[in-house]
Design a protein around this ligand. Sequence first.
Ligand code: MG
Length: 464
Amino acid sequence: MARLALLLLSLSTLICQAADRPPNVVIIFADDLGYGDIGCFGNKDIRTPNIDRIAAEGIKFTDFYVAQAVCSASRTALLTGCYPNRVGILGALGPASKNGIHERETTIAEMLKAKGYATAIFGKWHLGHHPQFLPTKHGFDEYFGLPYSNDMWPQHPTAKFPALPLISGNKTIEENPDQTKLTSWYTERGVKFIEANQDKPFFLYMPHSMPHVPLFVSDQHKGKSKAGLFGDVIEELDWSVGKILATLKKHDLEKNTLVIFTSDNGPWLSYGNHAGTAGPLREGKGTSFDGGVRVPFVARLPGMFPAGSVCKTPAMTIDLLPTIANLAGARLPELRIDGKDIGPLLRNEPNAKSPQEAYFFYWGQELQAVRAGKWKLHFPHEFRTLQEAGRDGKPGPYVNSRIQVSLFNLEKDAKESQNLTDAYPDELKRIRVLADRIRTDLGDLATKREGKGVRAAGLVQIAK
Ligand code: MG
């Protein structure tokens, strides 16, 4: 009798634990994949049935943003919930960089690890390659991948770089790896990690190296799409997403796993047929126009996010950390963050509103644009625009252009082409007030303002 009671007690504890178990989190982050590069965002030539399925079984955001349209800055915002200039990581770090993410910052991985999650990253890190900045020092139990972009290697078409390391844990295991294998290597490890950790909560972060140039695809996917090598590369990424989804299903983890697919910035247009497309949006990577900063975003959490939902309210990568914190019951970072919980939007709750008054687009430390509701205000700034597209892995030239103060209604003018500053003086005034507020906090190079809330990145001391 006593044994039966004990058995029942442990059984009920198990059931309670299962019910209390916070959701697993999988973030799949493509590199330089544009707004128009996948099926559920209008691409007709590239087949992405698995990514599209996340949207069909969950939610698609039409107006989802990254904070800055370049690799390291964008990844910083995703992982820390902060504007990248708040934590001091700008641009794209490379083999000569001495900085990286500061130890006082809290990543999604550290936040979830404190809650008992197993954590792993398979892919491109790009938040500092020196030992103290590597993923294993910032909350990840496992790491396999490249420390920065896959074009930072000796075969670069126009610049000189040393050998490109492939890192496992904290050790370089190979130099200039066979890049046709990257997507499948990351995928195999992602699948194994899920299988090994199926009995406890896990956070799997898969920042793919593709489709950042140079493009590489495995033999299995070569020549299969209607959109050339670029299309093949995207279809292989979709295959990878399919493998992850199938593994979740096989181990009955689908219902308790949040899966997100998005991109770090828009297409690198100078690479022509080796770049993607921003679809209906203006410009691409490296600019604060929507072609640079607006990316496809799909997310699934069965039972929580109603299937087939579409959200047109703006949101940003900075919001994912606090949203995940809430879902997982994890503690927010001690230091101030910029993101806010977008759970009500993801759950498609009636009358759900954006928790943010506006989103701010800095390029480096210069405030270039603000998105507030349907409006986007650009301050005067220079930007690069394509002079001539490159081909087959060789970049074409950009020229500098300049935009004056411009107010666009993105609901009617996704291309940011009709300046409405004269027609809507009240909106202009209102958004200027919001911009001034962020300048006090984060500064602005263009107006020579210093921000009170800016923190520095970590810096290595290199012996001379
Ligand atoms: Mg990128």
